[in-house]
Design a protein around this ligand. Structure first.
Ligand SMILES: NC(=O)c1ccc[n+]([C@@H]2O[C@H](COP(=O)([O-])OP(=O)(O)OC[C@H]3O[C@@H](n4cnc5c(N)ncnc54)[C@H](OP(=O)(O)O)[C@@H]3O)[C@@H](O)[C@H]2O)c1
Length: 336
């Protein structure tokens, strides 16, 4: 049996949902994958650096009981004291720098700890370095949860599409924008639609990252960086959000058969990868027109499949993202 000590850096919506999956799948992990685990470290700015070398009681963690036998003075001591084999990184996104997550992940890999993250920041700002560090230290850096919850994109390319070249990408990557447009088509105002996205836990209190196209830009940058060998920052994406969209105009566009969509693209133009997020009116015959609500969609054009391969994730939520992290963990354990 393989025993893993797990540390959680961040314990919000996704971190908690991951702890729930681990608990729910405990028997499956043991019986099918010979895998036993315990959570020995939990941290967030509010919680401090909590350590329990015998393993926290997951039920108690999930009800907000964070009593811990020990605390550490800082990151390095915390990681060492929790004797982590895998660190799950779910701290908040900083689209501009990827910090402080980038520094934490770098340090964890150097300390010989596998890292699974849901945070796009470190991927767009440190992909090459983190991948090389992981290889040099014989560890894994996995980030399936960062783009399109529920759709295995990075593992799909890594495991099942060897030597295929990604030529271009087109899709809907920001669930909040798509939900807002759908809600406006169904009669809500822009502000009511934003409120609905917040009420179901999709949009943050400050929804600007979604509405102004930053979230989609970071995801495009992650795809270009990891799948097209073209390091791209969110700032390099040609970006237009959906702010100021008029509800009446949105309804008329749908009725006239040319609905609005926030369309994400990656294209190779004269040897360069060009990324864009654009508010567009598309014909009803376009498959993207039928992607409604919080669902997202990705169409990959490959040299091996020029007409494209499409994935749709129907209404993913934080639990879907957390499952992607669980899958990364199992795949790491299988390959160790
Ligand atoms: N929610 C989703 O469906 C989804 C989907 C895909 C990707 N993601 C990504 O997953 C990550 C987590 O999302 P979430 O929805 O779980 O967010 P969340 O509920 O706000 O949780 C974030 C957690 O990270 C902690 N944290 C924030 N900054 C930190 C720092 N500098 N050092 C240590 N801990 C820190 C927060 O606690 P304190 O405030 O106490 O520090 C909190 O526990 C984000 O990067 C997000 O972009 C989320």
């Amino acid at each position: 049996v393989n025993h893993f000590n797990l540390s959680f850096l961040g314990f919000g919506n996704v971190g908690r949902a991951l702890a729930r999956w681990l608990q729910e799948k405990r028997a499956t992990l043991r019986d099918q994958y010979d895998l036993e685990w315990r959570i020995t470290g939990v941290t967030s700015r509010r919680l401090g650096w909590l350590v329990n070398s015998d393993g926290f009681d997951v039920g108690r963690l999930l009800t907000g009981n964070f009593d811990s036998p020990a605390t550490a003075p800082g990151f390095h001591e915390w990681l060492a004291a929790s004797r982590a084999n895998v660190m799950f990184e779910t701290s908040s996104l900083d689209p501009q720098t990827g910090q402080p997550a980038l520094d934490y992940i770098r340090a964890a890999l150097k300390a010989g700890v596998n890292v699974v993250t849901a945070n796009k920041g470190p991927v767009v700002h440190g992909y090459r370095e983190l991948r090389e560090l992981a290889a040099n230290y014989g560890k894994h850096f996995r980030f399936e949860a960062t783009v399109m919850g529920g759709a295995p994109i990075f593992s799909l390319f890594r495991e099942t599409l060897p030597a295929a070249n990604l030529i271009s990408f087109r899709g809907l990557l920001n669930s909040t924008s798509n939900l807002i447009i759908t809600e406006m088509e169904e009669g809500r105002t822009f502000d009511e639609a934003v409120k609905k996205a917040q009420d179901i836990g999709l949009a943050e209190t400050d929804p600007s990252n979604d509405i102004d196209g930053w979230d989609a830009s970071v995801k495009l940058a992650a795809l270009a960086t990891a799948l097209m060998e073209s390091p791209t920052t969110p700032q390099q994406v040609d970006r237009a959000g959906i702010r100021g969209l008029d509800a009446e105009q949105v309804r008329r566009a749908r009725a006239d058969g040319h609905p609005f969509k926030s369309v994400c693209r990656l294209e190779r133009i004269e040897g360069r990868v060009v990324a864009s997020v654009r508010l567009e009116q598309i014909p009803l015959t376009d498959p993207l027109a039928s992607i409604r609500g919080a669902s997202s969609s990705a169409r990959f054009v490959l040299d091996t499949l020029p007409d494209g391969l499409t994935l749709i994730s129907h209404n993913p939520g934080p639990a879907t993202t957390a499952y992607d992290m669980l899958a990364d963990f199992i795949n790491i354990a299988k390959s160790d």
